[in-house]
Design a protein around this ligand. Structure first.
Ligand code: FDA
Length: 395
């Protein structure tokens, strides 16, 4: 005899736990299954162990989705303020960092404990180290073959996340379920991920590993971010690169303004007037890390001579070089280090009001498994909370 539940949720991550708590509060009997040995593993490591759990400013344009309107309903049904209220109810201390990002003051563990406390209801059962071997449709809902037995449910919620960080238990199960039920997929790729560089640039900039500078970056589609860039021994990282990576496709360039807060031509003229005999290297080393200037000179991108020897044409070209430093990444570090997966279950297949598959009644999706990815800054968790909450009201 199969165990019977009103709802089975596959995935005990951010979206799955939120959904379980909400479904359980409605008096529905819920089983949460996860193949990992404990819940919320990504939450635990997120934000350097402090979990950037949401953001004070959340809007649809903070998300990458083929249908930019899809996220609006869920984000308004369960807002950042609702999650902040839950945090306050559980007495979790938090702090605001740059760009409205909210982090735990103490530890991400508190977020997982809070979600587990919310799930601590007689209606909610959780099973870990539990694999899902197969899923099939029944007359009244779904049947799932698990490790030791079969369970049946009226509603099935897929909250298995994306493909990033396989060592934390990421699998394509959610996508396979979508395909099994005939739902379209948006091709997946790594997002919020460092860039790797072509051999020549990689070698030229490897020595700069560890240097961080504030820059502005534009993708070819015009998307613009202004934050820190970090040189790594593989290529480029830092928040600005992670953000722009979600808008980059292989073969494209990104344009980096290395001095976004000044007009280099104007500054150069002032420096030349004051210090005509100073070398370009020494002058520019006041504006940017010396090692970067040296690397650019060594590559032959800049000539190093006394400032008085530069003519207007050279100054204009140099200013353009620093304000529009064009880099064509070789690729990204991929799912191994990506914070999210772009693409996933096509949102055209889902109701934005309930997260239910339009053509498969009773089948719901929540969190990163669908074609919704947020910017860096707490948006991905907010999507997990909002979509998990919404699915939890209807499953
Ligand atoms: P999530 O990945 O959380 O959960 C999916 C669950 O499904 C997992 O428990 C997994 O074990 C389970 N599962 C998968 N396949 C299964 C299978 N076949 N059978 C059974 N169970 C299965 N976001 C943010 O907003 N702020 C931040 O600070 C960070 N920081 C961060 C750091 C790092 C290193 C990463 C990798 C990611 C982040 N993120 C983030 C992104 C954020 O972690 C992510 O978007 C959410 O966890 C997505 O929540 P989900 O519940 O959809 O998936």
């Amino acid at each position: 005899m199969a165990d019977k539940f009103d709802v089975v949720i596959v995935g005990a991550g951010a979206a799955g736990l939120m959904c379980a708590a909400e479904t359980g509060k409605r008096g529905r009997s819920v089983l949460v299954v996860d193949h990992g040995k404990k819940p919320g593993r990504k939450i635990l490591i997120s934000g350097g162990g402090r979990c950037n759990f949401t953001n004070y400013d959340v809007a649809a344009n903070n998300f990458v989705c083929r249908n930019p309107h899809f996220v609006k309903s869920a984000l308004s049904q369960y807002t950042q303020w609702d999650f902040i209220a839950m945090i306050a109810k559980h007495d979790i201390g938090y702090e605001e960092r740059d760009h409205g990002q909210l982090f735990c003051e103490d530890s991400a563990k508190e977020i997982v404990s809070m979600l587990l406390a919310e799930c601590d209801l007689p209606t909610v059962e959780q099973r870990y180290r539990c694999d899902v071997h197969s899923i099939s449709k029944t007359e009244t809902g779904f049947s799932l073959k698990l490790n030791a037995n079969t369970v049946e449910c009226e509603s099935l919620v897929i909250a298995t996340g994306g493909l990033s960080m396989p060592k934390l238990g990421a699998t394509p199960l959610g996508y396979q379920v979508a395909e099994q039920f005939g739902l379209k997929m948006v091709p997946t790729t790594a997002g919020l991920v460092p860039f790797t560089l072509h051999k020549e640039e990689k070698e030229a900039f490897a020595e700069l590993s560890g240097i961080a500078i504030p820059v502005a970056v534009d993708a070819e589609d015009g998307t613009h971010f202004k934050e820190n860039l970090l040189f790594t021994h593989r290529g480029l990282s830092g928040p600005v690169i992670l953000q722009i990576s979600s808008y980059w496709t292989p073969g494209q360039k990104v344009t980096i303004d290395l001095l976004p807060d000044l007009d280099l031509a104007e500054t150069f003229n002032v420096m030349r007037e004051k210090h005509p005999n100073q070398s370009l290297k020494n002058s520019l080393s006041r504006l940017l890390p010396k090692r970067l200037i040296e690397a650019l000179i060594e590559r032959g991108d800049l000539s190093d001579k006394p400032l008085k020897q530069y003519n207007e044409k050279e100054i204009t070209a140099m200013a353009a070089y620093f304000h529009q430093w064009a880099i064509a990444p070789n690729g990204t570090e991929g799912y191994r280090t990506a914070e999210v997966t772009l693409g996933g279950v096509d949102t055209d297949e889902l109701s934005s009001k309930t997260m239910e598959a339009k053509k498969v009644p009773g089948l719901f999706f929540a969190g990163e498994v669908m074609d919704v990815s947020g910017w860096l800054g707490g948006y991905n968790f907010q999507w997990a909370w909002s979509s998990g909450y919404v699915a939890g009201q209807h499953a």
